[in-house]
Write a protein of this length. Structure first.
Length: 370
């Protein structure tokens, strides 16, 4: 018998910048020419069918004008496309066009695009660099920051994926002006969540300035983008791989992700998370984690933003309860919830423990009232 020890200690610096501004295509080109992607000169621009003519084509044109080789890979818009089959189709198309390990992926779009393209980049050629160019408030608030990438399956959302950090994130708030109001509303849910779990000032700002955000006021949109980044950074910096603390970013998502799936994606992600947040504060209030006034303020802010706070009548609530068990926080078959502590903080349940078991009957009772 023999033993050969393979020692592979690594020190990896995955730091990156998040640039917030308007019309950032020129900045992207300047960064690439200054070595952002190293010596790479072949770029796969991955986007969806809505974003492709608006922003992906201009970025691809700018890349070609700068002397780079690039192709656009487009998939149908919507959460239904965030599946393994879509990833496979794009991978095969990239291989057919000669893409290998010497390429870089640029994700241009919202949360679905950044999740899917980031996952693809993390596995293509056993990992190639990628850049996020976020064109929605939802992507700016959530999916474009933190390095979590994944696809959905019929049984669960976001359980097939990996952590793969981008080279840089561009939050182009000028693109928000092309979004329908429904998509702006969708993105505000994750911003409210950040206020609830870690930024009382952001929460109060939203209470007073929602109309400015809907009007795409540069100052207001820049402010919420910066606060979103700050909240996520404080969490991700301390727990990049979601071993404990990073679970708090799933506030409202236990019910939210389940209802999104059970609705067959008739509900947008933010709409589903808003309902999940309403369930969380209702149960949290009963447990003494926040007051009735704080509960009502959270629900009222969602309503002010045009987000739903009750379960649509077409949802089978028992099917919803069963779907809760596909949540990634489940341990040993037990449901676990993150709860906010008042507004601007989260509950802790021991050293480095940020979620607690919730009995099925507890959450069923809350859901039946909604």
């Amino acid at each position: 018998m023999s033993n050969f020890h393979v020692e592979l200690k690594k020190v990896v610096d995955d730091s990156y910048d998040v640039q917030i501004g308007s019309g950032l295509t020129g900045q992207l080109m300047e960064d690439l020419q200054n070595g952002l992607a190293g010596k790479v000169n072949k770029f796969a621009v991955i986007t969806d069918s809505i974003v492709e003519p608006l922003y992906a084509r201009p970025i691809a044109s700018a890349l070609r004008e700068a002397g780079y080789s690039c192709d656009i890979f487009v998939f149908p818009e919507g959460e239904q496309s965030k599946v393994r089959r879509t990833k496979e189709i794009i991978e095969d198309a990239m291989l057919e066009k000669g893409y290998r390990r010497d390429c870089c992926v640029i994700a241009v779009g919202g949360g679905v695009v950044s999740d899917l393209a980031g996952f693809l980049a993390g596995t293509f050629g056993r990992g190639v660099p990628f850049i996020n160019y976020a064109t929605t408030l939802l992507a700016a608030a959530d999916a474009a920051i933190g390095g979590k990438t994944a696809v959905d399956t019929p049984l669960a959302t976001n359980l097939i994926g990996l952590f793969h950090q981008p080279l840089k994130v561009y939050v182009d708030i000028s693109t928000w002006k092309s979004l329908p109001k429904k998509q702006m509303v969708n993105g505000l849910a994750e911003t409210i969540k950040h206020g609830c779990l870690g930024d009382m000032e952001l929460f109060e700002y939203l209470e007073k300035n929602v109309d400015k955000i809907f009007d795409c006021d540069d100052k207001a949109c820049t402010y919420i983008s910066e606060r979103n980044c700050a909240v996520k950074y404080e969490v991700v910096m301390r727990d990049e791989k979601e071993k404990s603390l990073r679970e708090i970013l799933n506030l409202g998502h236990t019910v939210g992700r389940a209802i999104e799936t059970v609705s067959d994606y008739r509900l947008l992600h933010g709409e589903a998370v808003a309902i999940g947040m309403a369930a969380q504060v209702r149960l949290g209030c009963e447990c003494g984690y926040l007051t009735e006034d704080e509960r009502d303020r959270v629900i009222a802010l969602h309503q002010k933003c045009g987000l739903p706070v009750n379960i649509p009548t077409y949802i089978d609530k028992e099917a919803l309860v069963r779907k809760l068990y596909t949540d990634k926080k489940v341990r040993d078959g037990k449901l676990r919830f993150v709860f906010q502590k008042g507004i601007g903080d989260v509950m802790t349940f021991g050293d480095d423990i940020y979620a607690r078991p919730v009995a099925e009957d507890e959450i069923r009772r809350i859901l039946l009232k909604m």
